[in-house]
Design a protein around this ligand. Structure first.
Ligand SMILES: Nc1ncnc2c1ncn2[C@@H]1O[C@H](COP(=O)(O)OP(=O)(O)OP(=O)(O)O)[C@@H](O)[C@H]1O
Ligand SMILES: [Mg+2]
Length: 357
């Protein structure tokens, strides 16, 4: 059964068309992550689902019920906002209990639910404190606690971790994943963070300019993007794009290098194309060239170490590309090396339409 079904949803803000016809079906228990560039309509879509924005056209069903015109409180949703406003004059416990009290839950039930949520989020020792006495990460947990004590069909999160530092984000990400595993609830989660999207999602929905560009399992989008936009949006460092000319069996780069692309179909010899190569699928040459790989010489221009890996900038066929290499495989700029390109993972795109061929 689907917990959320959106059909042909549009949202206009005055003359501005922010959501341009979205269809989305979220099965019960699924963790769906919405990603896309700033301004593409992620928050708007979430706010329409929550009933905080009126929709201009289309329908929204939650738990099999048409809620397109229902008030937010009648939609069976719980939401965590980016700025997680807590009530400053209420203790942590009362902040978490707030929605339950408003719904006239019995005291014993409130106690039970608050302690369970506090235990899951490891904030049991903070229940008597006030928001100003908490760190950012602790406040964030309280905001999440406030949402999860509720019995909702749908849990909505709008960039809940964006105000936290890197370490806390990592910890909270694990926490949210655990929460989803334990509760088995249907969650829709907006983020800018690639790692959050890839690690949390059962399904990623990538929005572009008010429309869904592609949706699917994280690896599906990563390995089989349908457009240049998807290929370039997911993955960090981002996919390299190199202008090339199609041959019968692969591509020819501007400097004359030819690359055979195993399994690549639909190429028209002589046509202009763009070759896409992920930095992660380039390695420093070893003893042998693996099947489907091509070995080319390269001179390192720039190195950006990130710990065990290093991002190397180097020229390839007239373009400047980035390769994510093992830190110990390279030493300094100017070094001459050979690199192996995993062409089984390459994608070829039409430069005009942006479609993957
Ligand atoms: N109340 C409003 N009135 C007019 N335009 C709005 C309003 N709210 C949002 N918009 C516009 O709608 C578009 C989508 O906004 P939205 O907040 O949904 O983007 P987003 O994908 O959440 O972006 P971000 O990643 O920056 O949070 C933007 O161009 C924004 O300027
Ligand atoms: Mg937003």
């Amino acid at each position: 059964m689907s917990d959320l079904k959106i059909s042909n949803l549009h949202k206009h803000y005055g003359g501005f068309h922010a959501v341009k016809g979205i269809d989305l079906d979220v099965p019960s228990g699924e963790f769906t992550v919405l990603v896309g560039p700033s301004g593409c309509g992620k928050s708007t879509l979430l706010r329409c689902i929550a009933g905080l924005e009126e929709t201009s056209q289309g329908t929204i069903e939650i738990g099999g019920r048409d809620v397109t015109y229902a008030r937010p409180r009648d939609r069976d949703i719980a939401m965590v906002f980016q700025n997680y406003a807590l009530y400053p004059y209420l203790s942590v416990k009362e902040n978490i209990a707030f929605g339950l009290r408003a719904r006239k839950f019995a005291e014993a039930e409130i106690e039970k639910r608050v302690s369970r949520a506090a235990e899951m989020l490891a904030i049991g020792h903070l229940l008597q404190r006030f928001p100003r006495e908490l760190s950012g990460g602790q406040r964030q947990r309280v905001a999440i606690g406030r949402a999860i004590v509720r019995d909702a069909i749908l849990y909505l999160f709008d960039e809940p971790l964006s105000n936290l530092d890197a370490q806390l984000r990592d910890d909270m990400r694990v926490e949210i994943k655990r929460l989803h595993n334990e509760l088995g609830r249907t969650m829709i989660y907006v983020t800018h963070d690639q790692i959050e999207a890839m690690t949390l999602a059962d399904r990623i929905v990538l929005l572009r300019d008010g429309l869904i560009e592609q949706q699917g399992a994280p690896l599906d989008l990563f390995e089989r993007p349908k457009t240049r936009f998807v290929a370039g949006f997911l993955g960090s460092p981002k996919m390299n794009f190199v202008d090339a000319t199609a041959t019968r069996t692969g591509v020819k780069l501007a400097d004359g290098t030819t690359l055979d692309l195993p399994g690549q179909k639909g190429l028209k010899a002589g046509a202009a194309v763009v070759l896409g190569l992920r930095p992660q699928f380039i390695t420093v040459a070893g003893k042998t060239v693996a099947k489907g790989h091509a070995r080319v010489p390269a001179v390192i221009e720039l190195l950006q170490p990130t710990g065990s890996r290093v991002q190397a900038t180097l020229p390839l066929g007239g373009a400047s590309i980035v390769a994510e290499l093992a830190a110990h495989d390279v030493s300094k700029p100017g070094e001459k090396i050979h690199i192996d390109l995993d062409l089984t993972r390459a994608v070829v795109m039409d430069p005009q339409s942006g479609q993957v061929i």
